[in-house]
Design a protein around this ligand. Structure first.
Ligand code: E4P
Length: 217
């Protein structure tokens, strides 16, 4: 499973990049707002830092506007994936932009039928929002499983990008189901390294080591 980082925070992306685990980045208007930066400036910096796809989202509601904005965003760098919403107009924009050879991430997906349409429209990525479905007392992971089955049934090449991930458990479940990509906030990715028994075991080893009076260096 590929790891995308769901942030427009350059320092956080750099921190994770050092471990070589960042396969791409996703941003959205809320994350750009949170960064306090200009969308083109910050997205360019991210693209310089990360080789993989960097999603930048359009704002227009009509297909023509999305296509125009998408073409403008794509000028930032070769690794831009244009993000369009899963509306009828978004699907039309997806068809046009992928027809021009551009990467398109169809976002705000909340049903398997929406995902089926996105694949038919040639989407590079489909972004089902797990956490926001969980917020409605539904199981977001059921949606990932349904889309996996449908895409596999017909050999669609659209990559399932599990989004709106809120916990390490979401990461594990997405990997078990076979999502192609998971995008998560930096904190969730870093938390995957933590386990209370690791901390406890390390503490005990260090206490015993101190008693030996030895040094390695
Ligand atoms: C991904 O592309 C989305 O921008 C993101 O995962 C949304 O997450 P949220 O529901 O936590 O805002």
């Amino acid at each position: 499973m590929k790891f995308f980082v769901d942030t427009a925070d350059i320092d956080a992306i750099r921190d994770l990049s050092e471990l070589g685990i960042v396969d791409g980045v996703t941003t959205n208007p809320s994350l750009i707002m949170k960064s306090g930066r200009d969308i083109k400036e910050v997205t360019k910096e991210i693209c310089d830092l990360v080789d993989g796809p960097v999603s930048a989202e359009t704002i227009a509601l009509d297909a023509e506007g999305m296509v125009a904005e998408g073409r403008e965003l794509a000028k930032i760098a070769d690794n831009i994936a244009i993000k369009v919403p899963l509306t009828w107009e978004g699907l039309k924009a997806c068809k046009t932009l992928t027809g021009e050879g551009r990467m398109v991430n169809v976002t705000l997906c909340f049903s398997a039928n929406q995902a089926l349409l996105a694949a038919k429209a040639g989407a590079t990525f489909i972004s089902p929002f797990i956490g926001r479905l969980d917020d409605l007392n539904l199981d977001g992971m059921d949606l990932i499983a349904e889309i996996r089955q449908i895409y596999d049934n017909y050999g669609f090449e659209t990559e399932i990008l599990a989004a709106s991930i809120r916990s390490v458990n979401h990461m594990k479940q997405a990997a078990l189901i076979g999502a192609d990509v998971a995008t998560a906030p930096p904190g969730v990715i870093k938390s995957m390294a933590s386990h209370v028994m690791t901390d406890k075991g390390l503490d005990a080893f260090l206490k015993d080591w101190e008693k030996t009076g030895q040094k390695i260096l």
